[in-house]
Design a protein around this ligand. Structure first.
Ligand SMILES: [Zn+2]
Length: 346
């Protein structure tokens, strides 16, 4: 039997007899009434991701290299749980919208589980990510228009298949929560702060929940800092205005394609999690992003532009007095070779 889901906004219980991705009453995101125990989790042999200590912008940081996961991004943490749930629900066809990493990841785990996968991607998405999806057997539909137009097209297709977008799925957050317990094990304690890129906020929310769960054994929880591109910053705008929810914004071009999300479905929860942790939401420009990407490269760390935003923000955050600052390197640079090569003028 499927676990009971309820609406995070209006608390209406979801119909557990079918695959639901949002509240039928108000359109809000769903949560578990009680956290489910999953068995027989779909796996592609995920390792514990390594931690590398480095000095960056005068700050000692622990970079956690999520590019070491099977498809090269942190999305694998969530996808394995989403696909486990799809398989348990008897779903034979899933659909997702994605700028690339989430689609590549879901396609891989669907391939492993024998589930057909359709990915709606914005036209001009990274060729490396599209190549992954295609190799994993996903059917790719490139949609022109905004990122929201892509989501709308995927949701329309979800009438005949199960919509499994990471920004909506409570299962995905069960998976990203593993970042917190893994980090706690590796460091021997909770860090003082975690600084990360934030678009749909699924890593940030997973980390917040993971540390919440560990709280009984750990008095301290880290401050959570989310970094957005100045070209698309609905969360930062709402944070600075003291608002509880996001308003959609006009999006300008940015190399940080993975966080170009004008209206994150769980915006309300992200704002509450950051405020509750004593952290902050800030923006960086593409110029700052590229400077950070090159400085990381000079340290032997190859990241995609979206991942570089967290490092680009370090010097504007109040981290000086902290002993332990963790930055998830959300994906490898191999994911965005075309963008990186383009920026190098080659
Ligand atoms: Zn609702």
């Amino acid at each position: 039997m499927s676990p009971q889901l309820v609406c995070a906004d209006c608390a209406t219980p979801a119909d557990s007899s079918r695959w639901m991705w949002r509240c039928d009453s108000c359109g809000g995101p769903l949560e578990f009434a009680e956290e489910p125990e999953l068995t027989e989790i779909v796996s592609l042999g995920e390792p514990e991701t390594p931690i590398l200590e480095l000095d960056f912008a005068g700050i000692r940081v622990s970079a956690k290299l999520e590019g070491a996961l099977p498809t090269g991004s942190f999305k694998d943490r969530g996808s394995r749980f989403v696909v486990t749930a799809l398989r348990q629900a008897g779903v034979d066809r899933a659909v997702i919208d994605s700028s690339g990493n989430a689609g590549a990841s879901l396609a891989a785990y669907c391939a492993r589980a024998g589930i057909r996968c359709d990915v709606y991607a914005p036209s001009g998405a990274s060729r490396a990510k599209l190549a992954q999806m295609e190799c994993f057997g996903a059917e790719i539909k490139e949609i022109s228009g905004s990122r929201e137009d892509v989501a709308t097209a995927a949701q329309a297709a979800a009438k005949s298949s199960a919509y499994a977008a990471h920004g909506w799925s409570p299962w995905f957050l069960l998976g990203t929560a593993s970042f917190a317990s893994e980090l706690r094990r590796q460091l021997g304690r909770a860090p003082d702060a975690v600084v990360m890129p934030v678009g749909a906020g699924t890593l940030l929310l997973g980390i917040a929940r993971g540390f919440q769960k560990l709280k009984s054994s750990e008095a301290r929880r880290p401050r959570l800092y989310g970094v957005q591109s100045a070209a698309c910053s609905p969360l930062v705008d709402a944070f600075r205005a003291g608002e509880d929810d996001v308003h959609p914004v006009t999006v300008r071009p940015t190399a940080a394609e993975g966080i170009k999300i004008a209206r994150p479905p769980r915006g309300r929860q992200i704002l509450a999690a950051v405020r509750g942790s004593g952290g902050e939401l800030v923006t960086v420009t593409d110029e700052e992003l590229w400077a950070a990407l090159h400085e990381l490269s000079a340290n032997g760390i190859f990241v995609e532009p979206t991942s570089a935003v967290a490092f680009a923000a370090l010097k504007q955050l109040p981290l000086d007095s902290l002993q332990s600052v963790v930055v998830p390197v959300t994906a490898t640079g191999l994911k965005a070779v075309d963008t990186i090569v383009g920026a190098m003028g080659r």
